[in-house]
Design a binder for this molecule. Sequence first.
Ligand SMILES: Nc1ncnc2c1ncn2[C@@H]1O[C@H](COP(=O)(O)OP(=O)(O)OP(=O)(O)O)[C@@H](O)[C@H]1O
Length: 329
Amino acid sequence: MPAIECRSLTKYYGDVRGIEDVSFAVEDGEVFGFLGPNGAGKTTAIRTLLGLLSPTSGGAALLGHDATDPGDSRAARERIGYLPGDPGLDADRTAEAFLDHQAALRGAGSREALVARFGLDESRRIGDLSRGNRQKVALVAAFMHDPDLLLLDEPTSGLDPLLQEEFAALVRERVDDGASVLLSSHVLGEVAALCDRVGVLREGRLAAVETVEDLRSRGGKQVRVRVAEDVSRADFEVRGAMNLRVGETVSFTWTGGYDALIDLLDRFTVRDLEVVDAPLEEAFMTFYDGDVPGPGSRGRARGARGTRETGRTEESAPATGTDAAGGDR
Ligand SMILES: Nc1ncnc2c1ncn2[C@@H]1O[C@H](COP(=O)(O)OP(=O)(O)OP(=O)(O)O)[C@@H](O)[C@H]1O
């Protein structure tokens, strides 16, 4: 049984489209990433899956429980950890009081270890904490009951690079222990480092679901070559060579096969050669026509090519990691 099954899930806020016809499954033990720029529908998808927003149509199941049925979804709640994108924690409470409350709802077997690991001072008022420290509180709340399924909305936002590493290690440990994870991000590198598969969200729709490996291989190879002869652009302007730069060394992205590359280079006396995977960003251009999601990206996605989805769904179960869960916004 998949950890998450999502069947044609659609959520409109009045006339505004949140997500439309989103279908995918997160397999047991898988880390699945939602990637998309701001407004693509990541948060809407996660909150609808959790039953915090009622879907306009479609359905979902978390750990085999119907997300749209409050009774059924309650049964899975203790086994799910949720990190909201905007935790909106009560500023007047201390971190300790907040975590006590969460612990009473779901348990907290790993609380002490997590608090120590993230160096969190529980005695501080949440309102007095920095953004990064508030994020730590939300992370402890999401992970402390050792959930079987984690839904994490932009989990590393506000965390410094060291804590981002710590977070990544924590996710891997939970997965080693058998948990499944759905996380959202608009940072490509984060998704590539942590996830097995990526769902690319674009204007509310799932434009594609791919393994990170496939994404990488579609990006082609980055070739840098130095040859003995004097060369001009025309020598390398062949099918399969992109982003050509000709100088003392020649560099290009190669999207063809190895044999064709060897044929191309065989015309020269090669003095130095480097062939490495092209950056993942280049594969991503396919979906976003140059508007690659990343820390600086705030634009809208445009012109996705190809629509590949691994569809299906069933039923789901809400769960929250914090008080901030709320109902329809
Ligand atoms: N409460 C709401 N009322 C009306 N429209 C909403 C509401 N929440 C989200 N939307 C709209 O739904 C669409 C998807 O938004 P959503 O927040 O799910 O995207 P996102 O990918 O999570 O973006 P971000 O990275 O900025 O968090 C956007 O067009 C957004 O304006």
